[in-house]
Design a protein around this ligand. Structure first.
Ligand code: PLP
Length: 387
């Protein structure tokens, strides 16, 4: 067989590999505490599950429009109006199977040999993978620990070249938990006025997980960027719906038909019953989201204190999502060594910073989608192994 050359350029998400290794060790009887996984440890709220079940009972078994059922796209537009304060035409909303398809579609749409796409590094690994797969050149946007893992807008603007087609942004971020301050976003938005051909994809999938009573800062508020901005958000993290496979994007008028065509070619539409469940998620009570975010907030302070007590660790307090990204260079080990040591000798699953790009060396990602007891026990075990 002769496999296409592009397949060699496809990357992966190591968190899934760590998960598989952790599961294999657990099956052999080893006690594993999983701080590697990027999904809420809560069940999907019952009213949402019920809406999915009812949709099946009511006969929603067929295809839906490729861009999603209209009531769901209207509910997304209403949610964006309520939370981001901007008007969105429901016809510009695309319902897709998760957050990932939007990044893949955006990279396919703008990426080709000779084109450059900028992306956060350390960042969600699929960005770089999708950019390379599309044949484009990935240009890393370095995130700085000293700035709470935000980018420096001037650095981003000065890295733009005539070949730059797309800039990918992510705040709150995976893997750092960093939140880009509004003034930095503003500086970038203002500077992008001088680069009218550059598109932006803003991954805001953690938009509901922002702490310290801070609002979420969305790129949607910059009117002058709206005709070249793609918004990525969804239900996976906010409503603990990672396995349902549903997300959404908002596309500018000039791109929505192309994005819909990608859906028609790729998956036709999102599972119909899941769309009704997602509709209930947006229109139903939000109390369980608040409870979940409050639990993450509490765990956040526990894990930061605990990790800072490990010799060689330096752990800033993340502003959002459910990850911490401590600097572990003081341990004298590489990120990958520490990931393997903790998994094999301490039974603690974490993800090496290098799984998120070259600038992740010296860091380890911890997800705090786990109980405070487990977080404390994991830190006790890691200290023991390091001692
Ligand atoms: N964007 C970021 C930053 C993520 O961390 C993730 C998942 O971990 C996604 C997108 C993808 O989410 P989904 O599971 O809905 O595809």
């Amino acid at each position: 067989m002769f496999i296409a050359e592009r397949m060699a350029r496809l990357g992966t998400e190591s968190a899934f590999e760590v998960l598989a290794r952790a599961a294999a060790l657990a099956q052999k009887g080893q006690s594993i505490i999983n701080l590697g996984i990027g999904q809420p440890d809560f069940a999907t709220p019952q009213n949402i599950v019920e809406a999915g079940r009812k949709a099946l009972a009511d006969g929603h078994h067929g295809y839906t429009p490729a861009n999603g059922i209209l009531p769901l796209r209207e509910a997304v537009a209403a949610d964006i109006r309520a939370r981001r304060g901007v008007e969105v035409n429901p016809d510009h909303v695309l319902v897709v199977p998760g957050g990932k398809p939007t990044m893949f579609f955006a990279c396919l749409m703008f990426g080709e040999p000779g084109a450059e796409i900028m992306y956060p590094n350390p960042g969600f690994p699929i960005y770089e993978s999708a950019i390379r797969f599309a044949g484009a050149t990935p240009v890393p946007i370095k995130l700085h620990e000293k700035n709470g893992y935000a980018f420096d807008a001037n650095e981003v603007l000065s890295a733009i070249t005539p070949r730059t087609r797309l800039i990918i942004l992510n705040s709150p971020a995976n893997p750092t938990g960093g939140v880009v301050p509004q003034q930095e976003l503003e500086k970038l938005a203002f500077g992008l006025q001088s680069h009218p051909d550059v598109a932006i994809m803003s991954d805001e999938i953690y938009s509901r997980m922002v702490y310290d009573n801070q609002p979420h800062h969305s790129m949607m508020i910059y009117e002058h960027l709206r005709d070249r901005l793609i918004l990525l958000d969804g239900w996976s993290k906010t409503y603990a719906m990672t396995g349902w496979r549903i997300g959404y994007s908002v596309w500018p008028e000039s791109l929505i038909d192309l994005a819909t065509r990608l859906c028609i070619n790729d998956h036709s539409c999102v599972n119909a019953a899941t769309q009704y469940a997602a509709l209930e998620a947006l229109n139903g009570p939000q109390g369980e989201v608040d409870t979940m975010v409050a639990a993450f907030d509490e765990r956040r302070s526990v894990i930061v204190d605990e990790l800072n007590s490990i010799p060689g660790f330096r752990c800033p307090t993340p502003g959002g999502a459910f990850y911490t990204f401590p600097n572990i260079s003081g341990t004298g080990r590489t990120s990958r060594e520490l990931q393997d040591l903790f998994l094999e000798k301490a039974g603690v699953a974490t993800v090496s910073g290098t799984s998120f790009g070259e600038y992740g060396e010296g860091y380890l990602r911890f997800s705090y989608a786990n109980s405070t007891e487990n977080i404390r026990e994991a830190v006790r075990r890691m200290k023991e192994v390091l001692a």
